[in-house]
Design a protein around this ligand. Structure first.
Ligand SMILES: [Zn+2]
Length: 242
């Protein structure tokens, strides 16, 4: 999946470089790696093959992969026991992974992929659109981790490629749910900025964000608002010790 060494090719994945020191591999795929959407029957077979190839590429560190049919809800799945193969579960937008052998992935194309890593190797992968952001989903994930003894100040959180504030305009109702402020016209909102504020308010110690906008950088990423039906994936995996 990597370009040949020494090549000047644009990387096919946007990596979360600052997680490497934690022993955590985290990245978002780009157009170059193709469509990972599983919602269209016509592309299901080819896209499933892409998921399988991606999981094989994560080996041998990871034996299991989890993803979900996402519903813009606030359910959080916790994965504690290792397994082999690809589990696709129903109706979940946030995964917390306590077993290092398991990688977690979310599909995105404008919504925010939120990567969370703790030095102990526990990781979380969250899909947050405006509904998840308005529902403070990331704060709920942070609270779950704190309940397991993982303090917010020790967490590293990265906001991956997503629609930027200039490209994301919402109606008055959504704007009020996201900001608490009233308006009578369409306004733009920076979803990553809102999530960053929530994470800071919850005491997260290490925060970073991608500079990529899925819509501005539509040559590189799929964007729902730019008319793409295809999806990229964001993946997090805690590398196993030898
Ligand atoms: Zn943009």
């Amino acid at each position: 999946m990597n370009p040949p060494s020494g090549s000047a090719t644009v990387p096919t994945r946007e990596r979360v470089a600052e997680f490497e020191v934690l022993g955590v591999t985290a990245f978002t795929t780009t157009r170059a790696l193709g469509d990972f959407s599983l919602s269209e029957p016509a592309t299901l077979e080819a896209n499933t093959a892409r998921w399988n190839a991606m999981q094989r590429a994560l080996m041998p560190g990871q034996t299991g992969l989890v993803s979900a049919r996402q519903v813009h809800g606030v359910a959080i799945a916790e994965h504690g026991d290792p397994w082999s193969g690809w589990h696709r579960i129903e109706g979940v937008d946030a995964h917390i992974v306590f077993a290092p052998a398991i990688a977690a992935a979310v599909t995105i194309a404008d919504c925010v992929p939120v990567f969370v890593a703790h030095p102990s190797g526990v990781v979380a992968m969250v899909h947050a659109g405006w509904r998840g952001t308005a529902a403070h989903l990331i704060e709920q994930v942070i609270r779950r981790l704190a309940a397991s003894g993982l303090a917010a100040e020790d967490l590293h959180l990265h906001l991956g490629p997503a629609v930027c504030g200039r490209c994301y305009e919402v109606g008055p109702d959504v704007y009020e749910q996201l900001t608490g402020s009233r308006t009578f016209r369409h306004r733009s909102v920076d979803l990553r900025g809102r999530i960053a504020e929530q994470a800071q308010g919850a005491g997260v110690g290490h925060l970073s964000a991608s500079e990529s906008c899925t819509r501005c950088d539509n040559d590189r990423f799929f964007s729902h608002r730019a008319g793409d039906a295809a999806r990229q994936i964001a993946v997090i995996a805690s590398r196993q010790d030898d």
